[in-house]
Write a protein that binds this ligand. Structure first.
Ligand code: SF4
Length: 233
């Protein structure tokens, strides 16, 4: 792609985009030097279970449940040895626990017969309860795959920063993987999640303390609106 072509996000020129990405991802790297998932786990299988449980639930809710559960289940066979009803009962405080219990149960059967967790997003997606985003989280955390799982935090942050202009997390994920250089993908997902969770919060982003406020389109928009409101009142 030459200098005059537009990038796949096509609302900014490639060179502008690259400078913007560098500033954003270097800032995130400084802010979160070693970003990690906030889900608690000690085995690969536990990470998969925690990721399935975390769909539409917070990491805090999941960690509360798994704190005791993971003392009993470390591998797929541990789930199967437990009665299904008993297992479901363990996770009943989690949103959609019924479906999640069934999926984790089926997943445990598949993995116990052939205990090898697939390493690619495509193969992970074939397992029960694992959709695109979960597959990317698992592939990234367990196998260092250079993919960017996009949840609501990541979607919000990158749209506010004008890295992409997209309507949903699926579009955002595809586009980010095209335009973000691999060197940034190493920490992109986790740092964007943490940034969205604690600084660029949905309702009240902490813009005054954010090191990206000078380049943030959203911040420019809200400060301009606030000034106009001040003039009118
Ligand atoms: S300036 Fe505000 S809206 Fe923009 S990235 Fe920072 S926290 Fe988010």
């Amino acid at each position: 792609m030459n200098k005059n072509q537009t990038c796949p996000a096509n609302h900014l020129k490639t060179n502008q985009k690259m400078v913007g990405l560098k500033i954003i991802f270097e800032y995130l790297k400084n802010t979160y030097p070693d970003p990690k998932t906030e889900l608690h786990y000690s085995t690969d299988f536990q990470l998969m279970v925690a990721v399935i449980l975390s769909a539409q639930s917070t990491d805090r809710q999941v960690n509360k449940v798994t704190e005791k559960l993971f003392k009993k289940i470390k591998k797929p066979n541990d789930v199967i040895k437990m009665w299904f009803e008993k297992f479901r009962n363990w996770i009943k405080s989690i949103w959609l626990f019924n479906n999640k219990a069934k999926n984790i149960w089926k997943l445990s059967q598949i993995l116990s017969e052939k205990f090898k967790i697939p390493k690619t997003v495509e193969w992970l997606k074939k397992l029960p309860g694992i959709w695109e985003k979960s597959a990317k989280v698992i592939a990234h955390v367990l196998f260092d795959k250079l993919v960017i799982a996009v949840d609501t935090h990541v979607h919000r942050v990158v749209n506010r920063l004008w890295i992409v202009k997209t309507k949903n997390p699926e579009q955002t994920s595809k586009l980010l993987e095209k335009i973000v250089p691999n060197k940034y993908k190493v920490w992109a997902h986790h740092s964007l999640v943490l940034f969205g969770r604690y600084i660029c919060i949905a309702r009240k982003p902490k813009c005054e303390m954010c090191g990206l406020n000078k380049i943030c389109k959203y911040y420019k928009k809200i400060t301009k609106a606030a000034k106009l409101q001040g003039l009118q009142s």
